[in-house]
Design a binder for this molecule. Structure first.
Ligand SMILES: [Zn+2]
Length: 344
């Protein structure tokens, strides 16, 4: 009897998984061949080309706005896939856009509006530049920040040679071990900065720059789009520009008034540049509350993406469409992963 029930349940699950329509929203950040990528944000151009080839062969690529309408009319297409990019790096224009055009596959790029044309790298990139590139650092770091004093010792890892850099360039934040005190420091500063608000984070980065003896200097490989480049990215209509706040905060940790500013200013800034409505939004770090969603609606956005990991199923809330993060997989691995999600 038990076996029979199990079989029925497994059969129902199988049919549910295989035949219930769902759309997969892919979350990319960068298309670039970086020699070191501690946040796993990039996919190489070669791999991105392989991903597009597979999407072209096996799926129905669609626009985010069409997915939002399909949710509302409860008519999700089979094998639907939407491509999105977060943050607004320059390679989205230089590398990704020409490839998307070759396959005629649409995408939405969520741009951090306050970062347009900035001379600074994003704070997570700046941490890598200061701590995990070859060079010398002082032995001890003291920081006094809101929750008290912090002190770290580099324990002899003050010097980081080209050989060290090459040895550890496969390291990333998702690994459980930190091979040197520098990696440990990177991880604890990453966690501290992550929970800070913009002003304090800026101040802390400046202290770190002084401590490391490095100028405020942006690497070309880590630069973000400027205003003209966002316009170019939108040209041709294949790429939709969406908003991703002004300063990329964890919205859920901000008071309502600051959330409102981040949300509405980013919309106004991008609409001013593009001279057209900006309808879509993505929550930085996937951070939002019910109040955030109310603010997004009030600001006039029509739909929004979260970073919750799932496919979009029937009845989904168009203001928190889940997404799945794509890593730097080759075509075969990407195809296996994709088919698992789509049940094909
Ligand atoms: Zn982001």
């Amino acid at each position: 009897m038990k076996l029979g029930n199990d079989l029925i349940r497994r059969g129902v699950n199988y049919f549910h998984h295989r035949f219930t329509p769902r759309v997969l929203v892919l979350l990319y950040h960068r298309v670039i061949d970086l020699s070191f990528d501690p946040q796993l944000l990039s996919v190489t151009p070669q791999h991105f080309d392989e991903h597009l080839e597979i999407l072209h062969q096996f799926t129905q690529p669609m626009r985010l706005k069409d997915l939002a309408s399909a949710i509302q009319t409860d008519k999700l297409p089979r094998r639907g896939v939407v491509i999105t990019f977060d943050d607004g790096y320059i390679d989205n224009l230089q590398e990704a856009k020409p490839m998307l055009e070759r396959y005629a596959i649409p995408a939405t790029v969520f741009v951090t509006a306050g970062q347009l044309g900035s001379q600074d790298e994003f704070w997570w990139d700046e941490l890598d530049r200061l701590l995990l590139q070859p060079g010398k650092l002082p032995e001890t770091l003291y920081l006094r920040i809101h929750d008290g004093s912090h002190r770290w010792e580099l324990n002899g890892a003050t010097e980081y040679t080209e050989d060290d850099y090459m040895r550890y360039r496969g390291w990333h934040i998702d690994q459980s071990n930190d091979p040197t005190p520098r990696h440990k420091l990177y991880r604890s500063l990453y966690q501290l900065l992550h929970s800070m608000q913009q002003i304090e984070r800026r101040r802390t980065i400046e202290k770190l720059q002084n401590w490391a003896g490095k100028d405020r200097w942006r690497r070309l490989s880590h630069r973000t789009l400027n205003a003209d480049e966002v316009v170019l990215l939108a040209q041709g209509g294949l790429v939709e520009i969406g908003a991703h706040t002004m300063t990329h905060p964890m919205l859920a940790t901000l008071p309502i008034s600051l959330q409102r500013e981040e949300i509405s200013q980013s919309k106004a800034c991008l609409e001013d540049l593009l001279d057209q409505p900006v309808d879509s939004f993505a929550y930085p770090h996937g951070s939002y509350t019910d109040e955030t969603i109310t603010l997004i609606r009030e600001a006039g956005f029509k739909y929004a993406c979260s970073s919750d990991t799932d496919a979009v199923w029937r009845g989904e809330d168009p203001f928190k469409m889940p997404r799945v993060v794509v890593r730097d997989w080759d075509g075969d691995e990407f195809a296996r992963w994709l088919k698992g999600w789509l049940g094909i």
